[in-house]
Design a binder for this molecule. Structure first.
Ligand code: ZN
Length: 260
């Protein structure tokens, strides 16, 4: 099931996406009563996907991200895979939606794309045992962990390099019932392939990461864990269109614009 968050005529809601581009009349959203965390009901009221604006599929209280979780990416930046995962945060204000323009930050001259599988938490949890991880995961979406690489090199902690406004596009929707263990992760810039990897190359699995993060902190419904990026990261320029595609999910596209 694909769950999208959307706005139409100034109202914001969640809906289940039905059909695809080949469906007669195009895909539609079956509007959910309330929110998708826990048991929910579909209203049966349907709107064409083409008539809504898709928003970031969740509003996380926090985005917890993991560094160097693909060995080939660690080595391309001349780093090693650390013994313990590197855990950092992107603030809620970093989140952007599918199709949202992302403003190039004023304090950087080297912004990189990082295509990542995002885990969306479905219920409040803390110290989740391995065998119960699937119970706390609502589903998966695409993420772009946009990074000011020059600032990341210059500053000891990555708060500014990874936390600027718009640096965490998420979308286009959350896919439930997806096995995250071996999915293709692709990043293109202006249609040209930059990154291509598989989640099976992750050093720590989704299960490992949910256990590790929740050992330290309570995760809330809508919180997001970013699982690291495959090799091939590279610079973005104003005017570029960057797209993250994950097998079984869809494509998250954003355009880089000049800061207004
Ligand atoms: Zn990353």
């Amino acid at each position: 099931m694909r769950i999208a968050r959307f706005s139409i005529d100034g109202n914001v809601g969640f809906g289940v996406v039905e059909g695809d581009a080949d469906t007669e009349g195009g895909p539609v959203l079956d509007i959910i009563k309330g929110h998708p965390f826990g048991e929910f009901e579909r209203s049966g009221q349907k709107v064409p996907l083409s008539q809504v604006r898709l928003l970031a599929p969740v509003l996380p209280s926090k985005v917890v991200a993991v560094g160097r979780n693909y060995a080939a990416h660690a080595s391309e930046l001349h780093n090693t895979v650390p013994d313990a995962p590197i855990v950092f945060f992107k603030p809620s204000t970093a989140v952007a939606g599918p199709g949202d323009p992302v403003a190039y930050p004023s304090f950087s001259a080297e912004v990189h794309h990082e295509a990542e599988l995002a885990v969306v938490i479905g219920r409040m949890c803390h110290q989740v045992p391995r065998e119960r991880v699937s119970e706390v995961v609502l589903g998966y979406t695409c993420a772009n962990d946009l990074t000011a690489r020059d600032i990341q090199r210059a500053e000891e902690q990555w708060g500014r390099a990874k936390g600027w406004d718009g640096s965490c596009p998420l979308g286009p929707w959350v896919v439930t019932d997806l096995d995250p263990s071996d999915l293709a992760v692709l990043c293109t810039v202006n249609g040209e392939q930059r990154q291509l990897g598989r989640t099976s190359e992750m050093v720590r699995s989704v299960t490992d990461l949910v256990v590790h993060v929740s050992e330290a902190m309570t995760l809330l419904p809508g919180d997001v864990i970013l699982t690291g990026t495959p090799a091939g990261v590279g610079p973005l320029n104003v005017g570029d269109e960057v797209a993250v595609t994950i097998e079984g999910i869809g494509t998250l596209t954003n355009k880089v614009i000049t800061r207004g």
